[in-house]
Design a protein around this ligand. Sequence first.
Ligand SMILES: Cc1cc2nc3c(=O)[nH]c(=O)nc-3n(C[C@H](O)[C@H](O)[C@H](O)COP(=O)(O)OP(=O)(O)OC[C@H]3O[C@@H](n4cnc5c(N)ncnc54)[C@H](O)[C@@H]3O)c2cc1C
Length: 369
Amino acid sequence: MNSNFEVVIIGGGTAGLILARELSNQKRKTLILDRKKDVLEFSFNTLGSFMNLKDFKLTEAVVARQINKITFHSSRVKSSIPSDLYILDKKKVHLELLDALDEKYVTLKTSVNIKTIEKDDVGNFISVTDQNKIKYTGKIFVDASGTNGIISKKVGLRAKKVDLATGVEYNVKYLGNPNEMFLLMGKMYQGGYGWIFPLKNQRAIIGFGTFDVRIVKDLKNRLHTILEIPYIKKLVVKDNDKVEGGSIPITPVLDQFVLNNLVCVGDSVSQVNPIVGEGYKFIFEAALMASKAIDISLEKDDLNYLTTYEKNWKKRFFANYTRSKNTQKKFFKYSQNNLLMDFVLLISKLVSKKRAIQSLSGEYGLEEI
Ligand SMILES: Cc1cc2nc3c(=O)[nH]c(=O)nc-3n(C[C@H](O)[C@H](O)[C@H](O)COP(=O)(O)OP(=O)(O)OC[C@H]3O[C@@H](n4cnc5c(N)ncnc54)[C@H](O)[C@@H]3O)c2cc1C
């Protein structure tokens, strides 16, 4: 039995670590449990993000490349907009978060695969149990187990079976503008889209993701076909066979993340913005909200304060996520047909640059909703 912790976080991924860093700053006794042996081992290593690093106390060292131009490419139309965003090095982000943890307050245990959560007679959660039947107790539990959603699914905050959006990527040689990223769309992408993220040293990531379950098994072959498209061939050269990738859950927009003394953050409750699958900025913000709610709830010894996290999330995100979800559905439809996608891209040239970036980054602004 491992006890005396105020907060037990299941999952030392993005959401778990940012939350732990905040709790560490608040001097809260926190235990992070992760099933991996090494929390810096990932199935993919780069992310595009519109986040402001300073908002999340991250340094420029986590940036793999700063982008100032996004080019959209359908089968016959190309459209570019100026935009400031980052390609982030996932390992460096997580390293900075880990480095910021004060070991006086935060303990990280790896190779701990949580299987169950137990509650008392009045419905409060009292422990989680791992693969070796070891129990971990605490006052507040956090599910930050990502797509697995080990607790959120068990307690019914997320459906047990959900569709997944899956992406595959190659790290390739890059011949294009180092500050320009590409979003690739059309029938070939089967309701999803492709991306080229430039990195340092004339390298780039080329990837393709979709939530069309019919082709998930064929994603790698599709990516090979994409690599043969003449304008792609001018931009990237595949020089190795290492495939990276992973999945994110596709659910309706959820708005309940708290149940008694259980709090859920990140992919475990599908907090990735539906529009382009950007998780980082949104999950970071959610984790900050959750940490404040946890801190005040512990300070006042009143679990009711945990729901301030949900209330703040709804105020900040619910309308934007709902709108992004609707756009995602339309995009899925348009991208079944190349002509329609070309037309949509042509029309989008008439939209103001500011508005285009707002839509892409899932920040529509309340005045437009
Ligand atoms: C291919 C791909 C491309 C993406 N591209 C972008 C992008 O460009 N920009 C962006 O912002 N976002 C992107 N995302 C989304 C983003 O990566 C995720 O939303 C984010 O990492 C989710 O963070 P999380 O902490 O919820 O989950 P994770 O980071 O997955 O962390 C979950 C952790 O929980 C642990 N865990 C799971 N189950 C258990 C258990 N039972 N017991 C103990 N530990 C457990 C796991 O080992 C893991 O460490 C992408 C996702 C994918 C798959």
